[in-house]
Design a protein around this ligand. Structure first.
Ligand code: ARG
Length: 282
């Protein structure tokens, strides 16, 4: 009888050790008892039936952006910070996913999302009919308007004065689309527009006199003017734009999840809190 009880106790002990090893790889390998170490290889074999460790795999929400667009996304040292960076991270947290930002050219964001290289595009990206043909958008989380940056003392005082002037834009943005449209369509003609990969490069060109003005979204325009002396912003009558997150057409499931998470973050004031951190009301 006593022998039986001891056998049972030993069996129970063995089962506990195996169970512990199956639970977590790290815990098993960290075990210092030789017994634990010996059984861990067996346990590891069993573990292949469990979902793979998702450090960089399926469980990472990869946000494609173009990080020269303060206050939405920009570099602070090696880190990309800004409203989109923080809201994106908050969405990933809500979904229990890891988060990664991939900095690409603005006009590569939608192709990256379509090909699955990125899970979503978030870049102060305006919802347009053309873009909607290629990707789906979540609800909007911000609005913007295109404005014109000119050097102080410029003879450009209003949109009409831009006719025949050299206009700098960021490639593929709504500013680019509006300005390079033919004159009959309220644009200034492709031939008058110089496209840059980054908003920063367009502003550099303006500072060095290569272009006469830059058309870009209002908040980044404010940041550029604050960071560089001798520039000012003209108000324009361009239509209000809506920023949203884009997701691949064939990924309705992720669209639904990200849209719901974003909705919750808007409703509970998190998005506003993040915006207030980066944009001070004037
Ligand atoms: N709102 C504009 C657009 O969607 C410009 C966005 C540029 N964003 C950026 N992260 N560089 O076309």
């Amino acid at each position: 009888m006593k022998k039986f009880a001891m056998l049972l106790a030993a069996l129970l002990l063995m089962m506990t050790v195996f169970a512990a090893c199956g639970e977590s790889k790290d815990a098993a390998s960290g075990a210092s008892q030789p017994g634990g170490a010996a059984s861990s290889s067996e346990a590891a074999g069993e573990e292949s039936a469990q979902p793979a460790d998702t450090g960089d795999g399926d469980n990472t929400l990869v946000m494609a952006t173009n990080a020269f667009f303060e206050p939405y996304e920009y570099y602070e040292g090696d880190d990309i910070v800004g409203i989109d960076a923080e809201v994106g991270k908050a969405i990933a947290d809500k979904l229990g996913m890891d988060f990664e930002i991939s900095d690409v050219d603005f006009d590569a964001i939608i192709p990256n999302v379509q090909s699955g290289k990125a899970s979503m595009g978030m870049a102060g990206m305006t919802v347009t009919e053309d873009r909607q043909k290629n990707v789906n958008f979540t609800r909007s989380y911000a609005t913007a308007v295109q404005v014109v940056i000119v050097p102080e003392g410029s003879d450009i005082a209003a949109i009409d004065d831009m006719a025949g002037k050299k206009i700098g834009v960021q490639q593929g943005t709504t500013g680019d689309i509006y300005c390079s449209a033919p004159v009959e369509e309220d644009g200034f003609g492709e031939e008058n527009v110089t496209r840059y990969n980054k908003g920063t490069d367009a502003v550099m060109a303006l500072l060095s006199g290569k272009v006469d003005c830059v058309v870009i979204d209002n908040e980044p325009a404010k940041a550029f003017v604050a960071a560089n002396e001798g520039l000012k912003i003209l108000d324009t009558a361009y239509a209000e734009e809506e920023y949203a997150i884009c997701i691949a057409k064939d990924n309705e499931e992720l669209l639904e999840k990200v849209d719901t998470a974003l909705g919750e973050l808007i409703d509970d004031g998190t998005v506003q809190k993040i915006v207030d951190k980066y944009i001070t009301a004037e």
